[in-house]
Ligand binder design. Structure first.
Ligand code: CP
Length: 306
């Protein structure tokens, strides 16, 4: 089974990927998904570590699963017991990894664009994969979302995608809006209008949810990230759900071939009704499944750069 021919030194932002690279990553992700595990190429000499300085379930574990399916040795790292707690910088932590022989690190942190200093450092040659930086970008989530959309529709051209909810705090929304609009998708935004910040205007218009629901091919819901909101902000989950959430009445208005997405974790009963999370048109579980194969595709591309 052949590896794709994409070569990355680092994978930190979808903005650095042209449409051809994106499609190769997607096709490779789909190919890996449909390949018997005994035929998946193995890379036992490529050491990786997952440095998660912010909470994560899906991104952390699906990278680990992807690494293990590719036969890459995973060097464990626990932020809570690491010397980062003694004040060691991320740069010095990575110099340590490099000295130990680690080839690639996956990093999540609340610091936006943390990777710029690291990829320009003359003291590092290891590769960096961005597992999410603050509210800025989440490129591997974006790629798995693209894979999920492409698998269903077999194209991006002319699709209508609504990104709904906590736009201003969402790195997923930023990554997806930018890349989807470049791929020929008509992007719309919805949810509370005060969360539609100026930086989104370049990618699409704001439309109230009840005007969009019958029109869209993809309804992409976002988690309300209360941990990133001001402590004194008043948020009423029931009102949010009534005004912007996916309930059964709105679900029934979706086009029969439309899909519902959410990067998760989900606030059940806020962004989406409990009973709709695993509904027929929901791709939420499929997104998580695709995350493993897309991250394998990304890891291979970074490994090709070695
Ligand atoms: N979608 C996502 O990034 O989930 P985690 O925060 O659990 O990794």
């Amino acid at each position: 089974m052949s590896n794709h021919n994409i070569v990355f030194k680092h994978f930190v932002s979808t903005k650095k990927l042209n449409a051809g690279m994106i499609m190769k990553l997607i096709h490779r992700g789909i190919e890996l998904k449909n390949t018997d595990s005994s035929r998946i190429p193995q890379y036992p000499a490529h050491f990786v570590s997952n440095v998660f300085l912010e909470s994560s379930t899906r991104t952390h574990l699906s990278f680990e699963m992807a690494e293990k399916k590719l036969g890459m040795p995973v060097i464990s790292f626990d932020a809570k017991t690491s010397s980062i707690n003694k004040g060691e910088s991320l740069l010095d932590t990575l110099i340590t990894f490099e000295s130990l022989g680690v080839d690639t690190v996956v990093i999540r942190t609340s610091e936006e664009k943390y990777y710029e200093e690291l990829i320009n450092s003359p003291h590092l040659t290891l590769s960096i994969i961005n597992g999410g930086d603050g509210a800025a970008e989440h490129p591997s989530q974006s790629m798995l979302d693209l894979m999920t959309i492409y698998e269903h529709f077999k194209t991006f051209i002319g699709l209508k995608v609504a990104i709904v909810g906590d736009l201003s705090h969402s790195r997923v929304a930023r990554s997806n809006a930018e890349v989807l609009s470049r791929l020929g998708v008509k992007v719309y935004f919805s949810g509370p209008e005060e969360w539609f910040t100026k930086d989104f205007e370049q990618f699409g218009e704001f439309v109230p949810i009840d005007e969009l629901i019958t029109e869209v091919d993809v309804l992409m819901l976002l988690r309300v990230q209360l941990e990133r909101h001001p402590a004194d902000e008043r948020f009423d989950a029931i009102t949010y759900h009534d005004l912007y959430g996916l309930n059964m009445a709105r679900y029934k208005l979706l086009k029969p071939n439309a899909i519902v997405m959410h990067p998760a974790p989900i606030n059940r009963g806020v962004e989406i009704d409990d009973e709709l999370v695993m509904s027929k048109q929901s791709k939420i579980a499929e997104q998580m499944r695709n995350g493993v194969f897309m991250r394998m595709s990304i890891l291979e591309a970074v490994m090709n750069g070695k």
